[in-house]
Unconditional design. Structure first.
Length: 238
């Protein structure tokens, strides 16, 4: 059963279209999606479904503002404002990401030599939380994700793939963001840590966070997702 909170959508995508132009291939056109439209409401988790290459990751990156769009709107509710990611300024997009829209990618990208604890605590410090409190919260989250305390002071670049992904998840989930985008968050995790992430996602839903994600792990998807959007229904003819 959906735990969605009735009311205005946190995310409203409408008429979204995208084609990549391959300049190194004499301007060949690679269609991605055409006329994509869907909503995400507070307190629900929505999965983007479909086979590899259907455009799921591209859609997620368009919502986050990493990819420009050819047509359509991506409306994100930011307090009393509604921001169109497809047409806003870079400065406003940065502010939207800092306050409203979080992202958990497949890969951890951090500054070298910065400790895992500081990497995870940084979003809270950016929100104005005192450093001591932010670091304490970061440690508790890393402990919940079963990352050994002996690793906390080390830079994540030295970690295994699964360890890096747990740092990535902790960083993405530590601060409250009303809209959360997740790209295969459990891809590198063992069964025990997948269950931890399931619990963290359920916590976010109970807190009223709207989640849009890609979940190739069927077990995780079946537990946490309230709806699945078939991306192939937005396929654009070549």
């Amino acid at each position: 059963m959906s735990t969605a909170i009735p009311g205005t959508a946190i995310l409203d995508v409408s008429g979204l279209s995208k084609t990549f132009i391959l300049h190194l291939r004499e301007g060949a056109r690679l269609p991605v999606v055409a006329g994509a439209g869907f909503e995400v409401f507070p307190g629900e988790c929505v999965a983007l479904g479909g086979p590899s290459g259907a455009g799921k990751s591209s859609l997620l990156k368009m919502v986050y503002g990493n990819y420009r769009v050819d047509a359509g709107s991506i409306l994100v509710r930011d307090g009393d404002e509604t921001i169109d990611v497809a047409g806003t300024t870079p400065r406003r997009l940065i502010r939207l990401r800092a306050t409203t829209m979080g992202y958990v990618s497949q890969f951890l990208r951090v500054i070298p030599r910065v400790s895992a604890l500081d990497v995870v605590a940084e979003p809270l410090i950016g929100d104005g939380v005192p450093r001591d409190e932010a670091v304490k919260t970061a440690g508790a989250l890393l402990a919940r994700l079963n990352l050994p305390e002996r690793l906390w002071a080390l830079p994540p670049a030295t970690f295994s793939g699964g360890e890096q992904q747990r740092v990535n998840i902790a960083r993405g989930l530590i601060a409250h963001r009303p809209l959360l985008l997740m790209d295969e968050p459990t891809a590198s995790l063992d069964a025990a840590n997948r269950q931890v992430v399931i619990g963290l996602i359920e916590d976010k839903k109970r807190a009223g966070v709207g989640i849009l994600g890609i979940f190739h792990d069927a077990e995780v998807r079946d537990v946490v997702c309230d709806r699945v959007i078939d991306v192939t229904s937005f396929a654009q003819a070549a």
